[in-house]
Design a protein around this ligand. Structure first.
Ligand SMILES: *Cc1c(COP(=O)(O)O)cnc(C)c1O
Length: 360
């Protein structure tokens, strides 16, 4: 008799669920931190002409050296820092956690944070531990340091600005974590383009600091391109676990073109920062909404009684055609919270008008 999935697979696979991407056809999509802007047409033309010359019958460049050089230039990565590229930073997170499997060491993060750290650790059978943030979503640094010293995890993920809370973690706190940690400290900077500071310089503090970035949140989500910056001591080891052709030829070519002419994307980022500040002010004026500070291209808000986050979320989607993210139920600290991706000013105005109507 054949083995059934139930016989062969671990129970958490059988009872678990796939990462759900909600249906968004026909909706204004403000749920996933995508850029609202299309690529400039001169750029799509120059990418198209590059594609004309490409040999898609061949495997892509395995080391992606040309793209790595563009990335180092664009992100001002110091000469002695190594780069590893992934099919989105999700893949790099997966490789980092895969590296821990069998080491007996755990993966550590704060909570709430980016869910893939925990999801991937669970799929790979690596133990995962987390320390809750404070109610205001900033680090409880005493508890965090105590836990790290007690368990000395192999891998620490710190997202800053954090998703889904939006705030930048305090740099002094990051430094103190780096000082006590014996394992790898990965600073996940998916939203740096929208933040007032970044942590790249912390690489110089320890060879065990790694910086994770992505092009997804600055208008290139479809390319699937993430990057890890760090000492060759670690990057050379981790790169052994990367699949040889993880970056397709199209994404490599398009990213090189874009990083050569990045002005349009930088302008879009600055428009979104303006739109975020404007949206933040408008949300503050709504009596039933409490927005949290954000240095990312989204704003997390708490809905106040008598309104419920779930109801506002459904009304936005079903009556106003706007898809945002309902965070309620994801973590106790996120009770009655919603996450709104910053769109164009017009799109933000639509959100404000709809929320005002729903909560009037
Ligand atoms: C979106 C996000 C990622 C994943 O980005 P991809 O490069 O698209 O895989 C990683 N970390 C954080 C904190 C994110 O918000």
């Amino acid at each position: 008799m054949l083995y059934s999935p139930e016989l062969l697979l671990p129970e958490d696979v059988i009872t678990g669920e796939a990462y759900k991407v909600p249906e968004s056809t026909g909706l204004l999509k403000l749920d996933a931190m995508e850029s609202p802007f299309a690529w400039p047409s001169n750029l799509t033309e120059s990418i198209a002409s590059k594609i004309d010359e490409m040999a898609f019958n061949r495997y892509p460049s395995a080391g992606a050296e040309a793209l790595k050089a563009s990335i180092k230039r664009y992100f001002n990565v110091p000469e002695d820092v190594d780069v590893m590229l992934g099919n989105g930073s999700d893949e790099l997170i997966q490789i980092l956690i895969m590296a821990m499997a069998g080491s007996g060491k755990s993966v550590f993060s704060i909570e709430p944070t980016f869910v893939m750290y925990k999801v991937i650790a669970e799929w790979l059978g690596v133990s995962y531990e987390a320390v809750p943030l404070r109610e205001d979503f900033f680090l409880d640094i005493q508890a965090t340091l105590a836990q790290i010293q007690a368990t000395q995890p192999g891998l620490i993920f710190l997202a800053t600005p954090n998703n889904p809370t939006g705030n930048l973690l305090d740099e002094q706190a990051l430094v103190s974590i780096i000082q006590v940690a014996k394992g790898l400290v990965v600073i996940d900077e998916a939203y740096t383009a929208y933040a007032s500071s970044d942590a790249l310089h912390l690489l110089s503090l320890s060879p065990n600091v790694l910086i994770l970035r992505t092009l997804s949140k600055i208008g290139l989500a479809g390319l699937r391109l993430g990057m890890l910056f760090g000492s060759s001591l670690w990057v050379q080891q981790l790169d052994k676990m990367r699949l040889p052709y993880n970056l397709n030829a199209f994404s490599q070519a398009a990213a090189i073109e874009i990083l050569e002419k990045p002005q349009a994307f930088q302008e879009q980022a600055s428009l979104l920062v303006d739109a975020r500040e404007r949206l933040q002010n408008q949300l503050r004026q709504l009596p039933s909404f409490e927005p949290f500070p954000s240095e990312a291209n989204f704003i997390t808000v708490r809905v106040k009684a008598p309104f419920q986050a779930k109801e506002v979320f459904s009304a936005l989607r079903d009556q106003h055609g706007i898809l945002i993210k309902c965070l309620d139920g994801g973590h106790p600290l996120l009770e009655n919270c919603l996450r709104i991706t910053v769109g164009t000013q017009d799109q933000c105005d639509r959100v404000i008008a709809a929320i005002s109507e729903i909560t009037s």
